[in-house]
Ligand binder design. Structure first.
Ligand code: CA
Length: 480
């Protein structure tokens, strides 16, 4: 039976003044980029996209809570032959980052090209967090639809209110959440059927797999065929927490989920081949953030922000590995580029760039040398405001509300890849620290970070405290 949500469950959209909460006074975040696409904008997309000739299909695949634990990323504990094959057929991005190591905020950037602090999706959508009004209509499904695409989605969207996204085809989402999107055989069959149905119209299909998200099911619908056991694994090298048998079990089951996902990608690619459309389809695969272990998901360490990112594009080089720092804010510009749609259609404030030239093997000029991450809320009871920047071998994390953590964490990833030794206080690193602090500040200013304003941060803290005291929110490990 459906019951009414409590204030705490409803979260920030209804319980406090939304504009103040999101930082309307701090910059352009809440104001300038709002509103749907104008009729003129849509007409422009239509006319421009017709000029571009035959538009390729787009198959955009996300895995839930998957870091770079794939053999094509040099991970040695399991083999992921189907994802390795996809990497070999195109480009593997060796340094790909999400914007926030939490489901909904990360996905909001995939959809809009904006950082969560820009688009308002500061925490989980099923706990009440929403994007700024109108932004779902600036997300890629609407833009590609205007460009002539038919669009479908399988599996969870988990941003804003899912139904606000403009997909033509969306099978029973609830069923998907209840486990269907772990049924990789059904995912492939349903996706394949839909791909074949559209005639000459180009398609955009988003396939959102639930693996390897919690609960980490060792086997589902007979997959993986051989279940990996705790005795056969070692914990992920960066994972914190108690190093015990329980962690080994969890690690083994995480690997089982990744193996199932890999099988699913193989089945899906076979469906694409069968459709006869593979030669004109761009395939993009990525994780939505790092693996769900201590120091992974919900943290701005590399293990939280770095994800696998593979792109296969017709007539582009095979076996390409690229080292550029890329971010999920590049996805919207990439999709628009592929579809031949003008970049001006994007929401205001998008700082990403199209990855298509890189995938085609071109040298790109003035590519970013720094890549940024952030953490805001997860559920309303988890507030962890952080901002981070990576530049070359260096990584800086700023804990804006330090509590029991250091305010600044500086790591040398070359000597310390798992970010164990904080160099922030060391005199020989003062110049590096200062440079990265300045980089972080200019990015926050440029993108209108609302919590540059201490009053907004105080609002977040007060709301968080209130929600926490109500004690009706599930604990962190129970939240999707
Ligand atoms: Ca996730």
């Amino acid at each position: 039976m459906k019951r009414s949500l409590t204030t705490a469950e409803r979260g920030p959209t209804t319980s406090i003044n939304r504009r103040r909460f999101l930082g309307g006074s701090a910059g352009f975040a809440a104001g300038l980029m709002l509103g749907g696409l104008s009729a003129r904008g849509l007409a422009q997309i239509k006319s421009d996209s017709r000029r571009g000739g035959r538009q390729p299909n787009i198959l955009l695949i996300t895995a839930d809570d998957l870091g770079i634990q794939l053999s094509c990323y040099g991970f040695g504990q399991i083999q992921t032959p189907h994802l390795d094959a996809l990497a070999a057929q195109g480009t593997r991005f060796a340094n790909a980052y999400v914007t926030q190591p939490s489901c909904s905020p990360s996905r909001s950037s995939i959809f809009t090209g904006l950082y969560p602090h820009q688009n308002g999706q500061l925490g989980l959508s099923h706990r009440g967090f929403r994007m700024h009004k109108g932004l779902t209509q600036k997300a890629f499904p609407t833009l590609l639809k205007a460009a002539g695409y038919r669009s479908g989605v399988l599996g969870k969207i988990h941003v804003d209110r899912d139904e606000r996204f403009d997909f033509d085809w969306r099978p029973d989402y609830k069923k998907m959440l209840e486990g269907e999107s772990r049924n990789v055989q059904a995912m492939a069959a349903e996706g394949g059927k839909w791909m074949r149905e559209g005639g000459d119209q180009p398609f955009l299909l988003m396939m959102n797999y639930l693996d390897p998200h919690d609960p980490l099911l060792p086997q589902f619908n007979g997959l993986p065929r051989e279940v990996i056991q705790a005795k056969d694994v070692k914990p992920l090298p960066w994972a914190g927490g108690k190093q015990d048998e329980k962690l080994n079990e969890r690690t083994a089951d995480f690997f089982n989920c990744v193996k199932r996902l890999d099988e699913g990608i193989g089945l899906l690619m076979a469906e694409l081949e069968k459709s006869g459309l593979a030669d004109n389809t761009v395939v993009i695969f990525l994780g939505d953030h790092g693996a769900p272990f201590t120091r992974g998901k919900l943290e701005c360490y590399e293990s939280g922000l770095q994800v696998p990112f593979l792109v296969r594009m017709p007539r582009a080089p095979r076996n390409q590995v690229r080292e550029e720092f890329i971010s999920t804010v590049d996805i919207v510009p990439t999709l628009l580029d592929i579809a031949g749609v003008p970049g001006s259609a994007m929401a205001q404030g998008v700082t990403g760039r199209s990855l298509a030239p890189i995938v085609r093997g071109e040298k790109v000029r003035n590519w970013r040398t720094q890549v940024f991450g952030e953490m805001n809320f997860h559920g309303p009871n988890v507030l962890r405001p952080m901002r981070s920047v990576r530049e070359g071998r260096w990584k800086l994390i700023h804990n804006i509300e330090p509590t029991d953590r250091a305010t600044w964490l500086l790591f040398d990833l070359q000597n310390d890849p798992y970010e164990r030794t904080n160099l922030a206080g060391q005199p020989q690193h003062v110049a590096t620290l200062k440079r990265l602090q300045n980089a972080l500040l200019s990015w926050r200013q440029q993108t209108g970070d609302p919590i540059l304003d201490p009053k907004i941060l105080a609002q977040w803290q007060a709301s968080h405290q209130k929600w926490k005291e109500k004690n009706v929110i599930p604990t962190e490990d129970q939240i999707a």
